[in-house]
Write a protein that binds this ligand. Structure first.
Ligand code: HEM
Length: 577
């Protein structure tokens, strides 16, 4: 007892020396623990009968495939080979379970939602960036916040029309969008020989501005002025946090391992506050952006609170006003409301803008499908015009069959989140509706999986959306027509039987807004413009940077981009198609 008390006294008096003395013991412990995880644990794992790829390396398992292939592809490949439940290895023997089987997904996402939480590191990092918002809440807090926030925003295509006018101006003026080109010479060469009424525009940047403005207006009654290029401080902080210009690299697994070990040391020895002394420019700019995010979002909430007090009797139009009204104020603190603001912006604007970038890319590759959608939109607009309206309203947009098929197809093919992680909060049994072959006895099949508390799980969004047994051999192709014959039966509970918005109590709360916003913007743009590839041989690669984003092959250093040729669509095309 005396020895313990002396040790504590010594540690308090000499924290630095204690930490340095403890370091070797800590590293040895880490070594023993990981040696057990790599060499022994797999033999006792409750997942040992779940089939999956052989680890490529004793220390980093199957990580190399996950790094080398585009987001979601390795999951899809393994799912095709082994079925709806796959076990693979990560760093130092860590096991992960990929689920795409409908019964398993319904169990984890819908009937046992709160038994499968987001991993602490994801929740911790998100909470640090976003504040106390819905994405990082679990259990009762999540249930309560979600109840308060189940109000729909109304999308408006006003912002889409602003973008249309901006692009029209660029096309008519033959303006050079320098972001669309690798360098000035490439831009000049195109400019010298380009036809009239055509421009090459880097569309993803504009679409991100558009969706930020649209969400700000519909969700928070706030104008970010991103389309008018006046971008306020909050918009800039978001852009630098979530879409930095550098392309995400493909590190060697050993690099990830070293980073993890350093991270573990920094976490385990917070007393040293080592992170503070790391001279890293990127870290510095992240800190600055985080600070701006906090200060600016607090200002918006504060301004709204003052307004809400004055206007409490008036009907509430946007989400922020609703959350700050007297009724909700009782149950949500201003700090929680601030968290919801940043959370919705984070979850909402780049997801939609990326989906729009991908659909324009597919249209550039499939002019026939583009023309078909244009014809449908123009026919509907003619009817609306007869009723005295120039633009389509939400009901009309929802009623357009081909637009709906295009929306489903692009969200199936290009889900912004290719997978999402969960961790079992207790021991459990996950059912499988289609059994998989046992890895320990290939003559047997298994129809359930025993998972232990702490087990990491990946919800295979991309893999489930491209399941060939459901969508056919052309599951990797963009073919909106597959949705028109109504024969798709996925048995998964999410929107359209897809995993794109997930399913159950944690499914995307903004999906209705997302669908309508997507349709509103696409209908305005496809009506006004024809989209084509910048060069006949341009290749676009998918890389994950929070969400899956497009990058131009051989121009990765320029960051996420989708440069497209844009022409004004002929006015009489409806009669031609
Ligand atoms: C194409 C557009 C979108 C897609 C594909 C999408 C997808 C998703 C997915 C997969 C999740 C679940 C993540 C997880 O739990 O691991 C999610 C959650 C969420 N999304 Fe979306 N989203 C989109 C647009 C939006 C929009 C427009 C908003 C806001 C208006 C929004 C707000 C949220 C929020 C707040 C959550 C957290 C919900 C919760 O945990 O209860 N999303 N979204």
């Amino acid at each position: 007892m005396d020895a313990a008390a002396s040790f504590v006294r010594f540690a308090l008096e000499h924290p630095l020396r204690t930490a340095l003395l403890a370091l070797p013991a800590f590293l040895l412990g880490l070594l023993v623990k990981n040696a057990y995880k790599v060499f022994l644990a797999p033999h006792f794992s409750s997942l040992r009968s779940v089939p999956g790829p052989r680890p490529d390396h004793p220390l980093w398992g199957n990580l190399q495939s996950l790094i080398d292939e585009e987001p979601g592809k390795a999951h899809a490949r393994w799912t095709e080979e082994f079925g709806g439940a796959v076990r693979y290895r990560g760093l130092l023997g860590g096991e992960r379970l990929i689920l795409t089987n409908p019964a398993a997904l319904n169990h984890v996402l819908t009937s046992h939602t709160y038994d499968y939480a987001k991993p602490d590191e994801v929740r911790g990092d998100l909470a640090m960036v976003l504040g106390k918002g819905l994405v990082f809440a679990e259990g009762e807090t999540h249930r309560r916040q979600r109840r308060l926030m189940n109000s729909a925003f109304a999308p408006s295509n006003l912002k889409a029309m602003t973008l249309r006018d901006v692009w029209k101006g660029m096309v008519e003026a033959g303006k050079v969008d320098s972001k669309a080109w690798k360098n000035d010479e490439a831009a000049a060469a195109y400019q010298a020989s380009k036809p009239e009424s055509e421009a090459v525009i880097e569309v993803s940047d504009w679409l991100t501005r558009l969706t930020l403005d649209a969400l700000g207006k519909a969700g928070f009654g706030y104008d970010f002025q991103a389309l008018s290029l006046k971008s306020d401080a909050l918009a800039q902080a978001f852009a630098s946090l979530f879409s930095p210009r550098d392309a995400p690299g493909k590190p060697h697994p050993s690099q990830i391992l070293i980073n993890n070990i350093i991270g573990a040391c920094l976490h385990a020895l917070p007393i040293l506050k080592l992170a503070e002394y790391i001279p890293d420019e990127r870290l510095k700019s992240i800190k600055q952006a985080l600070n701006t995010l906090e200060v600016e979002s607090r200002k918006i909430v504060q301004a709204k609170m003052e307004k809400a007090d004055q206007e409490d009797a008036l009907p509430k139009k946007d989400l922020l006003s609703i959350l700050l009204s007297t009724k909700a104020k009782d149950t949500m603190s201003p700090e929680e409301v601030r968290g919801q603001l940043t959370t919705f912006l984070f979850a909402g604007h780049e997801t939609i803008s990326n989906s729009l970038s991908w659909v324009l890319w597919e249209f550039a590759c499939h002019p026939d499908k583009q023309a078909r959608l244009r014809a449908e939109i123009r026919a509907a607009r003619k009817l609306a015009l007869q009723n005295g309206r120039d633009e389509l309203n939400s009901d009309e947009l929802s009623g357009l069959e081909y637009l709906d098929a295009v929306t489903r197809e692009i969200l199936r093919l290009e889900p912004p989140l290719s997978s999402t992680p969960r961790v079992a909060q207790k021991n459990d049994i996950i059912p499988l509706s289609v059994p998989v072959k046992s890895a320990t006895d290939p003559s047997q099949t298994i129809d359930h999986i025993v998972v232990r508390k702490g087990q990491s799980i990946s919800i295979g969004v991309y893999a489930a959306n491209r399941d060939k047994s459901i969508f056919g051999d052309d599951a990797d192709d963009f073919r909106p027509e597959r949705w028109l014959d109504n024969k798709i039966e996925t048995k998964v509970g999410g929107w359209s039987g897809l995993m794109t918005f997930l399913a159950g109590p944690r499914a995307c709360i903004g999906y209705k807004f997302a669908l309508l916003e997507f349709k509103a913007v696409l209908s305005v743009l496809v009506d006004a413009f024809e989209f084509d590839r910048r060069d006949a041989d341009i290749q676009i690669e998918h890389r994950a940077q929070v969400i899956t984003r497009p990058f131009v092959v051989n121009e990765m250093e320029l960051g996420t981009r989708m440069p497209l040729k844009i022409r004004l669509a002929k006015a009489d095309e409806t009669d031609e198609v």
